[in-house]
Write a protein that binds this ligand. Structure first.
Ligand code: FAD
Ligand code: PHB
Length: 390
């Protein structure tokens, strides 16, 4: 089998690139290890920056997002008994974010790929890139007893943090930077009215909490928990009780609780692999970099990779111009590191660090005091939260 571009991973990065390239006449195949139900069962991102939303529209996948997604012009930070609002629009020159779940983004991308006859292979086992440092790369995968070979011009590694693509780059070529945080986020999705129309990030002595939402009838809440905790340790009643303890009293009094329809723990990690290109293999999204979810940057950083890669591939196919491909890794990483910095800063500002001294705790509180006393500091927060330009 042959495709111009073979994409490993059918998450949002891989599907978005496939869809954008298809609309420009470039032939792609997407190889996904899991079933579609499994991919759509994962509950992850909820906040999309406007650049991501624009890319969805360009991919002709923005219709439902524009109809059902909510535009948010601000969010709250609860700290020291106060509830301060970050006015994104005011501090970022009128920008906003879209609250629309990654699950729905992925569903819309799958629907578009199906509508246009896109090739998406699910349950592809043992996906392996070969000879990516040559002019004739290929990818193999197993479907039952059959081994299928796909010859291609380029291989895109969009297979997430645990994928095979990054691992196929020789150790001596790749440099990895990592920080693992000593806690995770326990997330609950519930069919209840959200406690607030806008997100609330809560810094509390017992640990961080986040009130988010998917719609006005679907809530998403998170609690900072130790890495040793398991989902079984958190029956619904314990989750709601702990969430109430961490929210300001007035907010806790409004909280509507109900049965969880999804509950999972995500460890927090910062990670970057450099470079994001090896020969004809290009990494994109979580395959190359991870951020803690505090700044809502992960999926949005994946989108900027896809933007650069899409334009670089189109320049290659339409004009024989490889300058975009050559610049890809450097350009993508420059933006990735800014998202790393922002996510790290917000994580450090809002979480409880078990090994911090009183001195560090006072500094942390001062960060927030400074933030809400300075329009310049709020401007910096807002421009990063809505997304730096691609
Ligand atoms: P993935 O979504 O991981 O997709 C990769 C795909 O590759 C998967 O479907 C996987 O099954 C497949 N795969 C893996 N290995 C192989 C293989 N060997 N062969 C074939 N296929 C393979 N980001 C934001 O921007 N905003 C937010 O609000 C936000 N909130 C988050 C909340 C939580 C709790 C978490 C965990 C993450 C959040 N993120 C957020 C981050 C965001 O979810 C990720 O950055 C995003 O999923 C990255 O997309 P991706 O397509 O690059 O990778
Ligand atoms: C979410 O709704 O899942 C969400 C929102 C904001 C974040 C992280 C996760 O920073």
């Amino acid at each position: 089998m042959r495709a111009q571009v073979c994409i490993i991973g059918g998450g949002p990065s891989g599907l978005l690139l496939s869809q954008l390239l298809h609309l420009k006449g470039v032939d792609t195949i997407v190889l996904e290890r899991q079933s579609r139900e499994y991919v759509l069962g994962r509950i992850r991102a909820g906040v999309l920056e406007h650049g991501f939303a624009d890319l969805m529209r360009e991919a002709q996948c923005g219709e439902r997002m524009d109809r059902e997604g909510e535009i948010h012009h601000g969010f709250f930070i609860a700290h020291d008994g106060k509830l301060d609002r970050v006015d994104l629009a005011r501090h970022s020159g009128g920008n906003s974010v879209v609250v629309y779940g990654q699950t729905e983004v992925t569903r819309d991308l799958y629907a578009a790929r199906d509508r246009m006859g896109g090739k998406v292979v699910h349950n592809a086992e043992d996906v392996t890139p070969h000879q990516v440092d040559s002019d004739a790369p290929y990818v193999t995968y197993r479907a039952g007893d059959d081994v299928v070979r796909i010859d291609c011009d380029f291989v895109i590694g969009a297979d997430g943090f645990h994928g095979v693509s990054r691992k196929s780059i020789p150790k001596g070529v790749l440099r990895e930077y990592e920080r693992v945080y000593p806690f995770g986020w326990l997330g609950v999705l519930s069919r209840t009215k959200p406690v607030s129309p806008e997100l609330i990030y809560c810094k509390h002595d017992r640990g961080f909490a986040l009130c988010s939402l998917r719609s006005q009838v679907l809530s998403r809440y998170y609690l900072q928990v130790p890495l040793t905790d398991r989902v079984e340790d958190w029956p619904d009643h314990a989750f709601w009780a702990e969430l109430k303890r961490r929210l300001p009293d007035a907010v806790a009094a409004m909280l509507v609780t109900g049965p969880s329809i999804e509950k999972s723990i995500a460890p927090l990690r910062s990670f970057v692999a450099e470079p994001m290109r090896y020969g004809r293999l290009f990494l994109a999204g979580d395959a190359a970099h991870i951020v803690p979810p505090t700044g809502a940057r992960g999926l949005n950083s994946a989108a900027s990779d896809i933007y650069y890669l899409y334009h670089a591939l189109i320049d290659h196919y339409e004009r024989g111009d490889d300058s975009g491909l050559d610049a890809y890794s450097g350009k993508a990483l420059a933006r990735v590191w800014k998202a790393q910095r922002f996510s790290w800063q917000l994580t450090m500002m809002l979480h409880r660090f078990p090994d911090h001294s009183d001195y560090e705790n006072r500094l942390q509180a001062t960060e927030l005091e400074y933030l809400f006393s300075s329009d310049k500091a709020l401007g910096s927060l807002a421009e990063n939260y809505v997304g730096l330009p691609f």
